[in-house]
Design a protein around this ligand. Structure first.
Ligand SMILES: Cc1cc2nc3c(=O)[nH]c(=O)nc-3n(C[C@H](O)[C@H](O)[C@H](O)COP(=O)(O)OP(=O)(O)OC[C@H]3O[C@@H](n4cnc5c(N)ncnc54)[C@H](O)[C@@H]3O)c2cc1C
Length: 464
C-alpha cells in the first residue's frame, strides 16, 4: 500500500481538481485519481469544447451576414473537420493547463480507475490491470456524469449518438434530429444548423429550454425557427429504426404520429451520475434517486467519505461542482464554510442568442406567493445591441414588490452570459431594486439593459 494521504479525490473534473487544489493550498497532502483526462467532462467533453464549436458556428454566421456590417466577403464554407480539430485542440490545451496546476500545487495525479473500499481506502487499477491500494484521511468522490440513455432510443455511437460523438463526427451530417432541448441539445442544434445541417428538435415538455422562464423559451424558439430549425414540443421519440442507410425516427407529436428520415439522431436527454462500480455499496454510502446523499458540507453518511459535483443532487454545472469542492475542503480543514445557496446559481446556455438566468422565474415567484414587480427591456432599444447588429432578445428582472428583493433575472441575447454575474452578486449581497437603479452602468453596454429593465419594473423607464 502506498503512503497515506490527507485527501484523495476520485475524479478530476471541475469538482475534483478544484477540491484538490484547495486541499493542497490548505496544507494537506493530496492526490487525485483519474481514469481518462484531467479536467473531466467539462474541459474535455463539455463546457469548453462545445464553446469552441459554438464560436466557429458564430464566426460562420458573422461571415454569412458580413454584408449587414458593410463588409464584402467572397464565398465562404465551414470546414467541418477543421472546426472539430480546433475544438479538440482547445480542450487538449485546457486539460494540459490542469496538468500544470496539479504540478504547481504538488498534487499527485494517479492515473487509473478508482474503487472505494471500507476504512478510507481505495484501489486504483491502471491500464495494464495492475491494482494499487491507497488510503487517506478524507476521500472525496467526484466521478461526475454521463449522457442519459432513453430506453426507447439505444445509443449505438454511429447513427444514434450522444454529446461526445457529436463533438468528433468525421463528417457533417446533412440532417440531424436532436432529442431534448436543454442546454446541451440547443447548443448542438445551433452549431449544426448554422453550419448547414437540417436540424429538428423534439422536446417532451411544452417549451424548449424547459427550465427557463417561458418568455425566454418562446424567444429562443422564434430565433431558431429563423435559423431553419424545426421544433416539436410536447412530443416524444418512440422508436428509431437504424436498419437503413440513415435513421427513421418515429415521433408522437401534438398533431399525431410523424416519421422523420435523418442521417443522425443526437440523444441529449440529460445526464446521469457515475455512481456504479465505484464501491459505494461496499463502503455503505447511501444513494437516492441516482445521486449520492450528502449533508450541506458534502459529507456522506460514512465518516471520511464526501461527494461533490454531478454525483450529488445540485444542478449539474461546472461552477456548482467547483463551489461544492471548495466548501467541502474548507469544512474538512476546519475553516469557516457556508452552505451553498442553490437558488443563486446562474445557468447559462451558449447558443445564439445566448441565455442566462438566475433565481425565480416569473411563474415560480408567483407560485411561491410573492407579489412581484416585473421589468423587461428589449435589446431593440439598446444602443450597444443595435451597434453590434444583435437587437434580438431582452432582459427580464423580477423583484419582490414589498421589500424590493431581487428575485430573479432572465436574459436572452448577444453575450448575456457575461451579464448574469452582476445579478448573482446583487442577489448574494441582498441588493434591492432601488440599489440597481442608482448603480451607474457604463454606456454603451449590454449591461445597461439590467438597469433599464429595473427602471421598467419601477415605472421609471427612460428609454422605453
Ligand atoms: C456537452 C456538455 C456541455 C456542457 N456545458 C457546460 C457549460 O457550458 N457550463 C457548465 O457549467 N456546465 C456544463 N456542462 C456540465 C459540466 O460539464 C458538468 O457539470 C461538470 O463537468 C461536472 O463536474 P464533475 O467534477 O462533477 O465531474 P466531471 O467533469 O464529469 O468529471 C468526472 C471525472 O471523473 C472521472 N472518473 C469517473 N469515474 C472514475 C473512476 N472510477 N476512477 C477514476 N476516475 C473516474 C471521469 O473520467 C471524469 O474525468 C456541460 C456538459 C456537457 C456534457
Amino acid at each position: 500500500m502506498a503512503s497515506p494521504y490527507d485527501v484523495i479525490v476520485l475524479g478530476s473534473g471541475p469538482g475534483g481538481y478544484v477540491a484538490a487544489i484547495r486541499a493542497s493550498q490548505l496544507g494537506m497532502k493530496t492526490a487525485v485519481v483519474e481514469r481518462e483526462s484531467l479536467g473531466g467532462i467539462c474541459l474535455n467533453w463539455g463546457c469548453i469544447p462545445t464553446k469552441a464549436l459554438l464560436k466557429s458556428a458564430q464566426v460562420f454566421e458573422y461571415i454569412k451576414h458580413a454584408k449587414d456590417y458593410g463588409i464584402t466577403v467572397g464565398d465562404s464554407n465551414a470546414d467541418f473537420n477543421a472546426v472539430i480539430k480546433r475544438s479538440r485542440g482547445v480542450a487538449e490545451s485546457m486539460s494540459k493547463g490542469v496538468q500544470f496546476l496539479m504540478k504547481k500545487n504538488k498534487i499527485d495525479v494517479i492515473y487509473g480507475t478508482g474503487k472505494l473500499k471500507p476504512g478510507k481506502k481505495l484501489d486504483v487499477t491502471d491500464k495494464d490491470g495492475k491494482a494499487t491500494e491507497y488510503s487517506a484521511k478524507h476521500i472525496i468522490i467526484a466521478t461526475g456524469g454521463r449522457a442519459r440513455e432513453l430506453p426507447a432510443v439505444p445509443i449505438d455511437g454511429q447513427k444514434v449518438i450522444e454529446y461526445r460523438k457529436a463533438m468528433v463526427l468525421e463528417k457533417q451530417p446533412a440532417s440531424m434530429l436532436v432529442i431534448g432541448s436543454g442546454a446541451i441539445g440547443v447548443e448542438f442544434a445551433y452549431v449544426y444548423a448554422s453550419m448547414g445541417t437540417k436540424v429538428t428538435i423534439v422536446e417532451f415538455m411544452p417549451n424548449i429550454v424547459p427550465v427557463e422562464d417561458e418568455e425566454i423559451s418562446k424567444e429562443l424558439a422564434k430565433q431558431y425557427k429563423k435559423l431553419g430549425v424545426d421544433i416539436y414540443t410536447s412530443s416524444e421519440v418512440t422508436k428509431v429504426d437504424t436498419s437503413g442507410s440513415g435513421c427513421k425516427v418515429f415521433v408522437k407529436t401534438k398533431e399525431g404520429e410523424k416519421t422523420f428520415e435523418v442521417d443522425v439522431v443526437l440523444s441529449a436527454a440529460g445526464v446521469v451520475s457515475n455512481i456504479e462500480n465505484i464501491g459505494l455499496e461496499e463502503v455503505g454510502i447511501k444513494t437516492e434517486k441516482g445521486k449520492i446523499v450528502t449533508d450541506d458540507f458534502y459529507r456522506t453518511n460514512v465518516e471520511g467519505y464526501y461527494a461533490i459535483g454531478d454525483v450529488t443532487k445540485g444542478q449539474a454545472l461546472a461552477h456548482v461542482a467547483s463551489a461544492e469542492g471548495i466548501i467541502c475542503v474548507d469544512k474538512i480543514a476546519g475553516h469557516h464554510a457556508e452552505p451553498l445557496n442553490y437558488n443563486n446559481i446562474p445557468g447559462c446556455t451558449y447558443c445564439s442568442p445566448e441565455i442566462a438566468s438566475v433565481g425565480y422565474t416569473e411563474k415560480a415567484a408567483r407560485e411561491a406567493g410573492y407579489d412581484i414587480k416585473v421589468g423587461k427591456f428589449p435589446f431593440t432599444a439598446s444602443g450597444k445591441a443595435k451597434a453590434a447588429g444583435a437587437p434580438e432578445g431582452f432582459v427580464k428582472v423580477i423583484f419582490d414588490a414589498k421589500y424590493g428583493e431581487f428575485l430573479g433575472a432572465h436574459m436572452i441575447g448577444y453575450n448575456v452570459t457575461e451579464l448574469i454575474a452582476e445579478v448573482v452578486a446583487a442577489r448574494k449581497l441582498e441588493t434591492t431594486g432601488h440599489e440597481i437603479l442608482t448603480a451607474v452602468h457604463p454606456h454603451p453596454t449590454m449591461s445597461e439593459a439590467v438597469k433599464e429593465a429595473t427602471e421598467v419594473a419601477y415605472g421609471e423607464a427612460i428609454h422605453l
